[in-house]
Design a protein around this ligand. Sequence first.
Ligand SMILES: [Zn+2]
Ligand SMILES: [Zn+2]
Length: 250
Amino acid sequence: MHFSPGIVYQLSKGTLEACIVCQEYFTTGFLVCSPACADAQLDSSPLVRLQEDHRAFADVLARFRNRWDPSNSAPTVTDIYAILSSARSNKAYLDYRWKIERKSKCIAAGFRPGNERLRWHGTSSNCDITKIGEGLCSSSNSCNLCDIIRGSFKTQKCLGGLYGTGIYTSSIPVKAHGYALTGGRGNALLLNSVVTGHPKLLTAHDSSLTRAPWNRDSVWVTPQGGPVKYDEVVVYDDAAIRPVFLIVYE
Ligand SMILES: [Zn+2]
Ligand SMILES: [Zn+2]
């Protein structure tokens, strides 16, 4: 089994595209040509700015624009970055995905392995996001955004919510935008790869949850399901989610 070095997001095989890091070698389906290229990039920054003609750029932009509140046009996007993670971090995610796949048989049901989805997350930040490509802020700056880009999500740091102590994401960017509280300049959202497995559909709040309900792998809250306007997916395991793109907008 081959995995994209540096990032758990993959494109469908087809067009050859230059490695986003070295721009030298070509890959199909992967964003980064080799583990060595991913490691070299991680030594300086986990963020790699995407060129506008890259297929991943188009995918992320469509997920942002097309799912914004239909009554308002989406804000202007200034940059899209791929977020690279260490080989160890990505292995933990992929191992978890296969564990859930074996248990919940998502492929047989017509879904991606582990019923993996791309979902938006907004969080607080404490830096000038318009310059985030020049470097993340230091880990002493209490910046959740840079902390997640640097080391992914930690359920330990979650404060809890209507569906318990988990990591909350949505397919609707404007929903995530409500949580993207910036202390500096600019706006940003994280697009994440999330292993949702066999979800439990919840229609009522349950703030006592600290893990997925019995025999399920995540909680889904659907717009039709109750008191919420936008869908949400909640996972309760650090290994179930990795940030894969950062979108910066006005
Ligand atoms: Zn490369
Ligand atoms: Zn920051």
